[in-house]
Design a protein around this ligand. Structure first.
Ligand code: FAD
Length: 500
């Protein structure tokens, strides 16, 4: 029999309110008591504006309507990420949320493209991606649900104001019975026998007891690190950035339907277009620059006027050895951070929530699901790490020490095998059930300038003349369909105004 649990969530950032919303949005109403403890005085990290397409599933799962959510969070649509100057100065490619071409004769499209490229065809692979063509044209429409249409070959995510999303989720949760306790936690008391977290003591003198504690306290890791001392795996040898400065600015152009990630001397700069402003930040390595220079680089590369004081952040890339220890589950920044390059943090929060929902203990004191939860989360963090390292490692930049050092990096074996398969066979080996699809790996491998020396031999069963005709047809179909789409900015306006 399932026992009603008292679940206490520590922290009211994106992770805390998403966890509360997941619990009350997906479990039978009133089954468990859910409480969020947060301190307005401490505040939240205040960044996190670019998301992945899976966030749509989360919102759907808890019953949030898209247009309402977009209005309340000032969101825009995101078809991918443009990487500027990553391969070499002057280069640009988009990692799209969609495929590059459709199979020809049952053989992956990119194999035909590699064969053509090795035979001298200079057509950019981006011309075969619907998402990229729409993104570069500043256009948007919802994808077709008819799989025979080329306009069904992409998906999308959002750029959003994370503070507004937090507020939106808080109101969603409070309407469904989540209680909120304001105040600073000054002590975490453990049960002397079991080692479980028993109680939180607040500065106000109030105490909060619970059966299951979810640590969403951000980089502090108040419970998982402070009380339970669970070690943190440091990945700074692979992911060099450890600081960021964020500053929003006025918008100078209609919002583009994609994020921009621009390589800089000691890291990279993001530009994220929202409805009411643009999000900017410089993510950098303190080994290669200092804060003063980083601020100068960021402010010198803003498209509009800064509208707030810069927010300086420090972090250590890596993950918690075990995310779930005793009766404490860490979710969000307390369980790890892989830097914002591919906008994976909120997705990892979502994944942790979905796993927690699946593995929620049936009674207090039951820690058996922790093993499986930790296995799933560690696997996903490790895989995302490899994908991020690929961006830094595959570069031909000669202008700054960071880039030269990253090229010479001793990369994880799991990643080295993937690069090898691509170079010698044109094979894109994504992780099975991994977050990033073959199309994602392909876009970064090719986008950063790695051209394979061979393609899969079965491709030669299809005559090159047939490949050429079908490739041209696919390109023309995309071109024609994209030309019929409206501007992204108009779509956002209409959608937010008209849809329920
Ligand atoms: P926080 O937002 O820090 O929340 C912590 C909460 O704990 C707060 O409510 C705080 O009050 C509370 N708390 C802490 N200590 C106490 C205490 N003693 N007593 C009471 N309450 C306490 N993610 C993306 O998906 N996309 C992005 O584009 C992206 N960009 C990022 C850029 C940067 C530079 C950084 C650093 C992160 C970025 N992230 C991004 C990550 C994203 O911001 C976080 O994953 C997300 O905001 C979740 O944070 P959190 O809720 O874990 O922590």
């Amino acid at each position: 029999m399932t026992q009603a649990l008292s679940i206490v969530i520590v922290g009211g950032g994106t992770a805390g309110w998403m966890t509360a919303a997941g619990l009350v949005g997906c479990l039978p109403q009133g089954m468990h008591r859910v409480r969020v403890v947060e301190s307005e005085e401490i505040g939240t990290v205040g960044v996190g504006e670019a998301t992945l397409p899976q966030l749509r599933d989360f919102n759907d799962m808890i019953g949030i309507l898209e247009a309402d959510f977009m209005r309340k969070t000032q969101a825009t649509f995101k078809l991918g990420i443009e990487f500027v100057d990553w391969g070499f100065a002057g280069s640009s490619y988009i990692h799209p949320f969609g495929v590059h071409g459709r199979p020809i004769g049952g053989i992956d499209f990119h194999q035909h493209w590699i064969r053509a490229a090795l035979n001298g065809d200079r057509t950019d692979i981006e011309e075969f991606s619907f998402a990229i063509q729409a993104a570069r044209g500043g256009r948007f429409d919802l994808p077709s649900v008819d799989p025979t249409m080329v306009s069904s070959t992409y998906t999308y995510a959002y750029h959003l104001d994370a503070t507004l999303y937090g507020r939106y989720l808080r109101s969603f949760c409070e309407q469904r019975g989540v209680t909120r306790t304001e105040g600073r936690i000054v002590d975490v008391v453990r049960n002397a026998e079991t080692g479980d977290v028993a109680r939180l003591d607040l500065e106000s003198g109030q105490s909060v007891e619970g059966d299951l504690f979810v640590d969403c306290s951000g980089f502090r890791g108040l419970l998982i690190e402070g009380a339970l001392s669970e070690p943190y795996q440091d990945w700074s040898q692979w992911l060099p950035c450890d600081r960021a400065i964020a500053v929003p600015s006025t918008s100078t152009e209609p919002p583009r339907p994609y994020t921009r990630a621009m390589a800089r001397e000691a890291g990279w700069q993001w530009r994220i277009p929202l409805q009411h402003r643009t999000g900017n930040g410089y993510v950098y390595s303190s080994r290669y620059t200092d804060d003063e220079r980083a601020l100068e680089v960021l402010l010198g590369n803003l498209a509009g006027e800064a509208i707030r004081e810069p927010n300086m952040l420090r972090f250590r890339t890596g993950r918690r050895q075990r995310a779930w220890v005793n009766n404490c589950v860490s979710i969000g920044l307390s369980s790890g951070f892989l830097e914002p390059l591919e906008s994976t943090s909120i997705h990892l929060v979502q994944m942790a929530i979905v796993n927690l929902l699946k593995l929620l203990p049936r009674s207090a004191g039951d820690h058996r699901p922790a093993f499986e939860f930790n296995r799933l989360m560690a696997r996903e963090y490790d895989r995302v790490r490899d994908f991020l390292v690929l961006h830094y490692h595959l570069n031909q930049r000669e202008d700054a020490p960071l880039w030269r050092d990253m090229r010479a990096l001793q990369i994880p074996d799991s990643l080295a095998e993937k690069i090898e398969a691509f170079v010698h066979r044109g094979e894109v080996e994504a992780y099975q059930d991994g977050l990033f699809t073959p199309a994602s790996w392909l876009s970064v491998l090719l986008g950063q300038g790695l051209v394979p020396s061979a393609y899969s031999r079965v491709t030669d069963n299809i005559p090159p003349s047939r490949s050429a005709v079908e490739m041209r047809q696919q390109r023309e179909e995309i071109e024609a369909q994209v030309a019929r789409m409206g501007a992204h900015a108009d779509f956002v306006d209409d959608y937010c105004r008209a849809a329920p």
